[in-house]
Design a binder for this molecule. Sequence first.
Ligand code: G6P
Length: 366
Amino acid sequence: GAADLGPYRHYMQKEIFEQPRAVGDTLEDVESITPELFGASARQTFQDIDRVLILACGTSYYAGLTAKYWIESVAKIPVAVEIASEYRYRDSVPHSKTLVVTISQSGETADTLAALKHARSLGMEQTLTICNVSTSAMVRECKLAYITRAGVEIGVASTKAFTTQLTALFMLTLALAQAHSQLSKEQAAAHVKALRHLPASISAVLALEPQIMAWADRFATKENALFLGRGMHYPIALEGALKLKEISYIHAEAYPAGELKHGPLALVTELMPVVTIAPNDALLEKLKSNMQEVRARGGELYVFADADTKLVSSEGLHVIRMPENYGLLSPILHTIPLQLLAYHTACARGTDVDKPRNLAKSVTVE
Ligand code: G6P
């Protein structure tokens, strides 16, 4: 009830602010990277497989998309990510040396469970789940598991479950890399150090809330929004658009920024806010030219830039600077302001934030 909301207006806001704790707890038992974090038999399994198939729905699917960038870049293992409800009903080409990874907050999503069974029926026996409920059907059905410690998530729009899934998936990336001799001891230690710094980094990003609230007031009057990201931030743009759709009912779409010119640019007018995730990585210069294309058509840009990005606010260009540069963990940190933007936009529109219309927390029937 309202009693356990503390200073927060909604469970979603409380859960957004719980993320330093949730991610910290998810990392609690991690002293170093080892396959055994995922189960006693994980080392052999990780060595035996030569590809990964990720199956999930909704926000969990976007966690999977992010993991593809990490695993292919760090562990050098090919990854396919599929929406569970599509995978279960299409003809696909099975490969026995596949690690099948399901991602699910609840562990009870009917489509994800059915997709897992479908993969097994095709002869893929190596199964692992990243799940937030240790007693769920998903954990019972998979050989290996990593239990995230988000705690009970009440808001229908997933927040802390997503960032803890990403945390677990980054550890999976490192464990797979280690099993495939792609990770030195020094590299592993540096990654663990960066992981341990996550709760403090998330807290610092949460402190941007007042700046994001000012943006939310402007979004509340809009009916459409575009989210742009490149590379491993493209799935984060998808997640940001999903959050906005789910709780504010503003139509939002995400694009990898390079695709702008192949369609969505036709929609850009002064009525279209364009949220851009612009970390200072190798793609920043390209992103800047995408942003100019938006400005030239009168679109308002709302940019999340890293600490040392030389971007300053000007007419039609609003910049919020992230406190640090986060390297490979950047998708986790860039998720936070997008959650806050969706949350405060929904509040400004007066929607039922914790129970958006037509949606369920856990979809246990098809
Ligand atoms: C529902 C929820 C989403 C969630 C999705 C998958 O649509 O509203 O927040 O991402 O199900 O749920 P799961 O429990 O499998 O992660």
